[in-house]
Design a protein around this ligand. Structure first.
Ligand code: AMP
Length: 206
């Protein structure tokens, strides 16, 4: 099963991706997570990525596409994969078409006005990446691994606006791109986490 999760920043892609990957036994490949790991380890890719991520811009396609191409060649991705945060523009989608086939694209649909509130209030585990929200979290530490929760630099309001603008201009056109290929399935991302997951599970069991 080769899947793509589409959706604006804050739509809940990361949260749903973990659940889908676990249920279907496929690797969850998040380009954002790969970049954050590289930034933490101060690799050359991390240094380049940070300069774009901090401004809410997309990391150049040459870098991003190559990272995904290499990741999909790994053993665990041969039985299927779930891409989260890639592709983010038509160029990346066309590049992906050259080295992988895609079965289904799940678009998590969330109203624009809800996105900013969701992202700005998001706190993530610095170790496992699990997401929390300031309105519902009960501790400053991750309930999975005990690590302190952090407010991502690119989740600050100024950067969030830039990221939403990039989404509208570059990523949203992918909805039509995959609709025309008959691969798009949209789910209502305004519902509760478990309800969204149920909707996704229904789509995938078709
Ligand atoms: P995410 O965790 O998916 O929201 O990604 C965080 C940031 O990493 C984005 O705002 C981009 O700067 C960068 N990034 C992640 N995925 C991509 C991609 N497919 N293409 C370019 N930049 C990306």
């Amino acid at each position: 099963m080769n899947l793509i999760l589409l959706g604006a920043p804050g739509a809940g892609k990361g949260t749903q991706a973990v659940k889908i990957a676990q249920k279907h036994g496929i690797p969850h490949i998040s380009t954002g997570d790969i970049f954050r790991k590289n930034i933490k380890e101060q690799t050359p890719i991390g240094v380049v990525a940070k300069s774009y991520i901090d401004k809410g811009q997309l990391v150049p396609d040459e870098v991003t596409v190559e990272i995904v191409r290499l990741r999909l060649m790994e053993e665990d991705a041969q039985k299927g994969f779930l891409l989260d945060g890639f592709p983010r523009n038509i160029e990346q989608a066309k590049a992906l078409d050259k080295f992988a086939s895609v079965d289904t694209v799940i678009n998590i649909d969330v109203r624009l006005d809800a996105l900013c509130e969701r992202i700005c209030g998001r706190r993530v585990c610095g170790k496992c990446g699990k997401s929390f929200h300031i309105t519902t979290m009960t501790s400053e530490f991750c309930d999975e691994c005990g690590e302190k929760l952090i407010h991502r630099d690119d989740d600050q309001p100024e950067t969030v606006n830039a990221r939403l603008a990039v989404y509208a201009k570059s990523t949203q056109p992918l909805i039509d791109y995959y609709k025309e290929q008959g691969k798009l399935e949209s789910v209502d991302g305004m519902k509760k986490i478990d309800e969204v997951f149920e909707e996704i599970s229904k789509v995938l069991s078709k």
